[in-house]
Design a protein around this ligand. Structure first.
Ligand SMILES: [Zn+2]
Length: 252
C-alpha cells in the first residue's frame, strides 16, 4: 500500500508491520526488572508449585524458569556473554546498561553489513537498553542508534515497508528465531534480500576474510569452486555494475 505521510502523520502500514513482527517472536518473556526467567516465580515453594523434592529449597527455584527463543540470542556486547546463562541480577543489569545489550545471530549478522551505526565489528546488533528501564520498549526493539532507521526501533521513525535492507533488519532477526526468509535461495543473494546487490558482495567478502557470519556455499560460492574467496565477491560486484556474468552455485 503506497503511503507517504506528511508532518506528524504516522504511517499505518509501518505500525501494523511493527506489531506483526512482535507477534512473530520479536519479544521475550523474562522479567525485565528482576531478570528472572519465565515462570520462575510460579515455581517457588511459597507459591505452591515447587516442592523440596524438586530441589527447590530456600527459594533456589527463583533461578529456574524457562528460556524463550528470543532470550537465547541476547548477549552482552563486547564480552559476548549470553544472557540466558547469567544470574537474574546480571541479566537485569545488562538491560539498563545503555549500550551493552546486543543480538547475536548469523542471519542478522550477515544482513548488518550496511548498518552505519549500532553494530559491532563481529556483526552483533545493538538492542534497546536505556539506563532507565522502559517496560514494553527496552529489550524488544533495536537500539535507536541504528542507522539507517529500522522498522523495529522503539519509536516511530518514518514509513518503512521494505522487509529487505536497509530498514527491515527485523526480518533477519526473525530468521535467527527460525522463520524461513525465503522459499528458495538465489545463487549470489548472500543477504537473502531476494535480489543481488552490493550488500551481497560485502557479505561474501566478510565470509571470505573469515569474519563472523555464515555464508553457505550454495548461495555464496558463485564461481562453483567449492570455496569462498574474494573472487566470489568480485564476480557479484561485476554483475551489479552491469557485466554479463553468470553464477553457478551448484558445487555447494
Ligand atoms: Zn514495538
Amino acid at each position: 500500500m503506497p503511503c507517504n505521510p506528511r508532518g506528524c502523520d504516522i504511517d499505518l502500514v509501518s505500525v501494523v508491520l511493527h506489531e506483526i513482527a512482535h507477534g512473530l517472536g520479536f519479544t521475550t518473556l523474562f522479567d525485565y526488572r528482576s531478570g528472572e526467567k519465565f515462570d520462575s516465580r510460579l515455581r517457588c515453594p511459597d507459591m505452591g508449585l515447587c516442592s523440596l523434592a524438586e530441589g527447590c529449597a530456600h527459594g533456589d527455584c527463583l533461578g529456574r524458569g524457562y528460556d524463550d527463543r528470543y532470550l537465547l540470542q541476547l548477549i552482552e556486547a563486547g564480552t559476548g556473554r549470553i544472557l540466558s546463562t547469567m544470574t537474574s541480577a546480571e541479566r537485569a543489569g545488562v538491560l539498563v546498561s545503555d549500550g551493552g545489550l546486543a543480538w547475536s545471530g548469523d542471519e542478522l549478522a550477515r544482513a548488518s553489513v550496511l548498518l552505519n551505526s549500532g553494530v559491532d565489528i563481529n556483526g552483533d546488533v545493538h538492542m534497546h537498553d536505556p539506563a532507565r528501564l522502559a517496560p514494553g520498549s527496552s529489550v524488544t526493539h533495536f537500539s535507536p542508534v541504528l542507522s539507517p532507521d529500522q522498522l523495529m526501533e522503539p519509536g516511530y521513525t518514518g514509513p518503512i515497508h521494505d522487509t529487505g535492507l536497509p530498514g527491515g533488519l527485523a526480518a533477519y532477526l526473525l530468521a535467527d528465531l527460525g522463520w524461513p526468509l525465503r522459499a528458495e535461495s538465489i545463487c549470489g543473494d548472500a543477504d537473502g534480500s531476494g535480489q543481488i546487490g552490493i550488500a551481497d558482495a560485502l557479505v561474501v567478502l566478510r565470509a571470505a576474510l573469515g569474519l563472523p557470519g555464515s555464508c553457505p556455499l550454495s548461495v555464496c560460492d558463485v564461481n562453483g569452486d567449492q570455496e569462498l574467496s574474494v573472487v566470489d565477491a568480485l564476480l557479484i560486484l561485476s554483475l551489479v555494475v552491469g557485466n554479463p556474468v553468470s553464477f553457478d552455485c551448484s558445487a555447494g
